[in-house]
Design a protein around this ligand. Structure first.
Ligand code: FAD
Ligand code: EPU
Length: 338
């Protein structure tokens, strides 16, 4: 293991923030990870685990050790008549895993095509898009407990998945490093095309009974038309989460703002589109110095070049305050602010 000092993290976060890590190490195997946790007393250290760095905002230099997960490998671990269980290591690129499933004609993750980042981070916030979340195909994961170096298994229910939530952002925060995830994929997929935008693309292509590959291609084209490519314009996807509020509060807002966008959530509350709130507060397309809210998607904050993390954080706080002032609701970050 080669521990490097004073390393720029610019290439390791999709905002492209040029913060430095005091120490930086790349972990390639589970064995290395276990030895590393035990030998370096990681529980006493300030550590930051990174996959693809597509959901972090580095507000300054990191005065600790960055652990870049590079564990690779994907394999089928079991199957029955209807399902296949596939294990993917934490450092695999998420979209490569999706393509691996699609090539085999397996269903369940096609709607999650092209989400940036690595497999190991996917359970952290129960990644979701176009009507699907990983909790729908997640079987279990293995993680190293940082304090002991022991391997621990988490089932689907152990993870306490919610909308952009899991146990790893709550009571288990900072206690485990995820090493691999097992997914349960369908051998006879029934595609979820409930999302209007997917239906529209399929209709345009005159596809009535889509394959997983056709749904994946539709999702890819929607994403490419809506979201800025981080390789071109630094960003971390949606900066804030959508907001759940009681129906009575939503109806009251609807009186003053008849075009407000909201959908019934499984909890019985209404999920309000934070992008709409931010746009209505006047931020969509606004540029402040090196940063701004994207012109096509107000929820996505971008680095136009040379921004510091604290500039982006200041913009986020200004947006949050103006949404609070205009609508009386608090939008909270989805991105992990370091
Ligand atoms: P990182 O940013 O490296 O890490 C995220 C968090 O997880 C950090 O707290 C980190 O410490 C922790 N972590 C990472 N790996 C591990 C590990 N192995 N063990 C323990 N902790 C770990 N998200 C969605 O849900 N849906 C979307 O549609 C979506 N679209 C996006 C579009 C764009 C253009 C971008 C830039 C981002 C988008 N995201 C989306 C957010 C992001 O892609 C996901 O959250 C992704 O899972 C992050 O993966 P990562 O490897 O980059 O994580
Ligand atoms: N909207 C606006 N103005 C904007 C942006 C959006 O009015 O500037 C309105 C749209 O008109 C639409 C609604 O808000 O009616 C929802 O917009 P969109 O379909 O773009 O989805 P979103 O809620 O903004 C969420 C996820 C995305 C995910 C998409 C597709 C969150 C925080 N974001 O975005 O995830 O890809 O749905 O399912 O839940 C991410 O998490 O990083 C991410 C990109």
């Amino acid at each position: 293991m080669n521990i490097q000092q004073n390393i720029s993290l610019k290439e390791f976060n999709t905002f492209g923030i040029d913060a430095k890590a005091k120490e930086f190490v790349v972990i390639n195997t589970v064995e290395e990870l276990c030895i590393f946790c035990a030998a370096f007393n990681l529980s006493d250290r300030n550590i930051l685990v990174l996959g693809g760095g597509s959901n972090v905002l580095l507000t300054g230099d990191f005065d600790g050790m960055v652990i870049k997960m590079n564990l690779k490998g994907m394999e089928m671990v079991s199957e029955n008549e209807n399902h296949v269980w596939i294990k993917a290591m934490a450092g695999e690129v998420w979209h490569d895993f999706v393509l691996y499933c699609i090539e085999k004609g397996l269903g369940g993750v096609e709607n999650l095509s092209l989400i940036p980042g690595c497999v190991g981070a996917a359970p952290m916030q129960n990644i979701g898009a176009y009507g699907v979340e990983i909790k729908d195909t997640f079987d279990s994961l293995e993680a190293v407990e940082i304090a002991s170096g022991d391997m621990v298994k988490f089932s689907n229910s152990d993870c306490k998945f919610g909308y952009r939530e899991s146990i790893f952002k709550q009571e288990a925060k900072g206690k485990y490093i995820i090493s691999s995830v097992i997914f349960k994929l369908a051998k006879h997929p029934v595609c979820n095309v409930s999302y209007g935008a997917i239906q529209q693309v399929l209709e345009e292509k005159k596809i009535t009974n889509p394959t997983v590959k056709e749904v994946s291609d539709a999702v890819i084209s929607i994403r490419q038309s809506k979201l800025p490519n981080p390789k071109v314009l630094g960003n971390a996807g949606s900066f804030f989460k959508n907001l759940e509020i009681p129906a009575a509060q939503f109806n009251a807002l609807k009186i003053d703002y008849p075009t407000i966008v909201g959908y019934p959530a499984s909890s019985g509350n209404i999920k309000v589109a934070a992008g709409w709130l931010i746009e209505q507060a006047g931020w969509r397309g606004k540029v402040v110095g090196n940063v701004g809210s994207h012109k096509d998607q107000a929820l996505v904050l971008v680095n136009y070049g040379g921004a510091t993390g604290s500039e982006i954080w200041q913009l986020a706080m200004d947006i949050q305050a103006s949404v609070q002032q205009k609508f009386g609701v608090t939008i909270t970050p989805e991105v992990n602010v370091i």
